[in-house]
Design a protein around this ligand. Sequence first.
Ligand code: GRG
Length: 295
Amino acid sequence: MDIKSYMNEMKGLVDKALEEYLPEDAEIPEPLKSSMRYSLFAGGKRLRPALAIAASDAAGGRRENALPFAAALEMIHTYTLIHDDLPSLDDDDLRRGKKTNHKVFGEAMAILAGDALQTYAFQLMTDRSKVDVPAEIILQASHELAVAIGAEGTVAGQVVDLESEGKSIDAETMEYIHARKTGKLIKASIRGGALLGGSGGEELEAMAAFGEGIGLAFQIIDDILDIEGTDEALGKDAGSDLEKGKATYPSIFGIEKSREIASGLVESSIAKLSLLGERAEPLREIARYFLSRTY
Ligand code: GRG
């Protein structure tokens, strides 16, 4: 399978769904709508929605039942990026190759656009008119996602990251940060897609374990790219981890060892999918793609 064309197909599918769910003529006041759409359509890779759709496919589900959830994941991910870039957090000027949201719309609107994208995501994924899935499955996927991105998840990771800036932290604390800032949303994307696709039992647990491993691998590669990449290639401010004195895999283990760790994690995660057949091939290929990505 050609992973590049698969990812392009996923991007097309997700972009179309996002246009449908948050259209230009949505009844949202300006400039909030433009601010939300600006970052949402600024050109992200759509990795989390692709993982959710691939997990639903692996479970034998229907794509239309996974699409609102997949689009919601991208809204949530985009909200975290908008807020992370704010002057009071990372204070970044560039994201997805464009000026950051607050640089274009001002700080207040960027905060509100992030808030609105987050709540819109839950509005969308709990809209029963959009999918043909039992209510308890929608409830479970939404609840798990809320836990993953909230005070025990993404926000917890962000807080510990913030508190650790400029301090020397151990590998355990760094893993705590990575698992929450990045890993939990990736794992919840896969679990949610699998649940909506009708998965349960051992199969669901296998996909969840896969998600945990590749979530960490994704962040390790991101840390490496922050050192090796350029602003132009990454579409964001490269080298910011070093500048802010952040502890990362490369800063603790070096680049070569970090690559080895990421590669080992991808292989062990793929091995966890052994009970799933051919239908899980896209999930395996996305995991391998994580290692080779350059932005
Ligand atoms: C503000 C609550 C709050 C949390 C922010 C997720 C996060 C925490 C901050 C984003 C900054 C960051 C470097 C997070 C790590 C996750 C990550 C690697 C994001 C970039 O994801 P990609 O590469 O980006 O999928 P695109 O633009 O392709 O969607």
